[in-house]
Design a protein around this ligand. Structure first.
Ligand code: SF4
Ligand code: SF4
Ligand code: SF4
Ligand code: FES
Length: 626
């Protein structure tokens, strides 16, 4: 790459040809104020906040949209630029309500910051703050609110919605001083809006608000934890804002990768939590409950089975190996047979996936199961699957098929070098067959295969557990009396087993033990229940679809999931005679709830978030009508 040398405020910097002045200035930590610029969005150049002075051409230029040339000399803070900045801020302040004390963005607002450094420092026009100058626009949403007078018309919200998640849900209404940002259709909660919150996060001022956060906290009093969302296998980078006890919001980082699950669902962690261990509904201490479980296991290890969840971290899974009892997981129903058919699977290079020209998406609606991966599929996409609601909107190139018909259509429609993206849909033999076909397409048509399970750590189970028994066979053993004690570690098996069958299975068990973060569902019917941490409360590594990433603690509980297993181990003598290896479920009985496992509403998480569920219902109702 050809290099050019540019001088910024007297400091020489060498950068690649094609670099903007703003990017070059960042390299030497020069702060140039911006409103409409974001590194992941196309250059708009509308706000003029980033003006700098080009000494050679003797004029002010925008730093975000001007490219460096060899020998260029830039001044970022000469008197002309300081005057320009002040003038732009004066113009914005004339119509801004200056209602910082009641604005949610205060403390993290670019207008406030730039005003402090470069603004007029006084009210330049005799206009009373709070006076409304522009018309308001009601977005008719339970979650998002637009305050027109605070808007600086940088258009980043429209751009992020068009260019990142491609929902195209916002547009500019009217012209000139009357310009507003408005949803394309109202009510907004049943529009094309994905409720990803990116427009709220990217707005440089408090013009778009997330209503559940409104008046709830001052941003500077909250702690920020930069981590990876562990609600599906993408592991998107997110920020959790919390006070150590409660989560106030979960938002995107500069990577702009987030979906509605953490954005609307942040509240799931604050409510309905199981606080204390219980035996037969009565609160007991951790020590007593874990000793009791230790006794159950050690009295009859061969009659005890453990179900582990793909929401657990690698650290927990590693320790589970030591328990020495039959261990199973719902991944034996879908991911394991798929991998069995495919053979050695290596995670894809994400950059390569992002830059692909042609995608074939098969199976479930990934705009629901793994939304953020769809943000990168801006080029040709063929979707093959059942007529599922939300995917139609993004991918009109839709081939309707169901069951193995999807795999046959895949074979017909795949092109040389296509990226094939699969999340979930197939079980047992069908999953295994899909795995075999995918392997063949990889070898014969040079396709890239991307497997993105709907749960975060299915690959973690494969990579960390030494043995996995069949889920179906384990439940059959309960029915035949071979297994008497079932320990469910973070797993709600009621989601995967038909209700009547589950009742029959439970009626055969002597002891039903559930480790769960939430005080609902099976926690209400199990003999022993013990609280667990979720990904926001305990550090942990997860094997996401492109490899391992860590999620970090935001809320600290007095216990750790890993310590819970250590304590159980103190009370048992683990057997070491279990055969290592994985047993997948190729024959799936009717009582396995195939479809419920794969839709977002039934996921471990969204059931618990009222925000998410309500929005989803509203949105789905309208999609069904269309
Ligand atoms: S929440 Fe997301 S999808 Fe909805 S308008 Fe904002 S950016 Fe667009
Ligand atoms: S609402 Fe925010 S992001 Fe959108 S144009 Fe106004 S200031 Fe910019
Ligand atoms: S796509 Fe998955 S990992 Fe990314 S934000 Fe959504 S749920 Fe979290
Ligand atoms: S940030 Fe450069 S013109 Fe807006």
């Amino acid at each position: 790459m050809e290099k050019v040398t540019v001088k910024i405020d007297g400091i020489e910097v060498q950068v690649d040809k094609g670099t903007t002045v703003l990017e070059a200035a960042k390299k030497i930590n020069k702060l140039i104020p911006t409103f409409c610029y974001h590194e992941k969005l196309p250059i708009f150049g509308g706000c003029r906040m980033c003006l700098v002075y080009d000494v050679k051409s003797k004029r002010s230029i925008i730093a975000c949209g001007s490219y460096v040339y060899d020998g260029m000399e830039i001044e970022t803070e000469n008197q002309q630029i300081l005057n320009d900045r002040k003038f732009i801020l004066e113009m914005l302040f004339t119509r801004h309500p200056l209602d910082c004390p009641i604005c949610d963005k205060a403390g993290e607002c670019d207008l406030q910051n730039w005003g402090t450094y470069w603004g007029p420092q006084n009210n330049v026009l005799p206009i009373t703050p709070f006076e409304k100058i522009r018309p308001e626009d009601d977005w008719e949403s339970d979650y998002l609110e637009y305050v027109s007078n605070r808007c600086v018309l940088c258009i980043k919200c429209v751009s992020v919605c068009d260019n990142i998640n491609q929902s195209h849900s916002l547009f500019q209404l009217e012209r000139g001083f009357e310009t507003l940002i408005s949803p394309v259709t109202k009510p907004m909660d049943s529009s094309s809006c994905e409720m990803c919150g990116l427009c709220v996060d990217i707005c440089p001022v408090g013009a778009i608000l997330f209503k559940p956060f409104k008046y709830n906290a001052r941003p500077w009093l909250l702690n920020e934890t930069f981590t990876h969302c562990s609600l599906c296998s993408l592991g998107c980078p997110v920020v959790i804002d919390h006070d150590g006890k409660k989560i106030y919001r979960i938002r995107s980082t500069a990577e702009l990768e987030i979906c509605a699950k953490p954005y609307l669902g942040y509240d799931a962690y604050n409510t309905n939590r199981l606080k204390n261990p219980k035996i037969q509904g009565k609160d007991v201490s951790f020590d007593n409950a874990l000793e009791f479980i230790g006794q159950i296991i050690s009295q009859n290890p061969s009659k005890t089975a453990l179900v582990v969840s793909p929401y657990l971290s690698n650290e927990v899974l590693e320790k589970i190996n030591k328990l020495g009892i039959t261990t199973t997981s719902i991944i034996t129903l879908d991911l394991l047979p798929l991998l069995e058919g495919f053979g050695d699977y290596n995670p894809p290079d994400f950059e390569e996936i992002k830059n692909a020209e042609h995608y074939v998406v098969i199976g479930d609606d990934i705009t629901d199961t793994n939304p953020v991966i769809t943000y990168y599929m801006k080029k040709r996409v063929v979707y093959i699957g059942e007529q599922l609601g939300r995917i139609k909107k993004l991918y009109p190139n839709f081939i309707q098929a169901e069951g193995r018909g999807i795999i046959e259509k895949l074979k017909e429609n795949v092109e040389e070098g296509s990226v094939i993206v699969y999340s979930s849909y197939f079980f047992g033999e069908d999953a295994k067959y899909l795995g075999e076909v995918l392997r063949k397409l990889q070898e014969e048509k040079n396709c890239k295969v991307v497997i993105v399970p709907p749960y975060p750590n299915g690959f973690g189970i494969v990579n960390n557990l030494k043995r996995i028994s069949s889920f179906v066979k384990t439940l059959d053993k309960i029915l035949s009396g071979e297994i008497e004690n079932l320990v469910m570690f973070g797993e709600e098996i009621s989601l995967f087993v038909e209700e009547e069958k589950l009742k029959e299975i439970f009626s055969k068990l002597k002891n039903k033990v559930l480790f769960t973060p939430f005080d609902d569902g099976l926690a209400l019917v199990c003999d022993v229940v013990i609280p667990l941490n979720t990904w926001v409360e305990e550090d942990g590594n997860y094997d996401f679809f492109t490899g391992q990433k860590k999620s970090k603690t935001s809320i600290k509980n007095s216990f750790k999931n890993t310590e819970i297993i250590d304590k159980i181990l103190k009370h048992i003598n683990p057997t070491s005679n279990l055969i290592e290896g994985f047993e997948s479920d190729c024959t799936i009985p009717e009582w396995i709830n195939r479809f419920k496992t794969n839709i977002w509403d039934a996921s471990y998480f969204s059931l618990r978030s009222e925000n998410l569920t309500n929005w989803k219902i509203k949105n789905q109702e309208v999609l069904n009508e269309r």
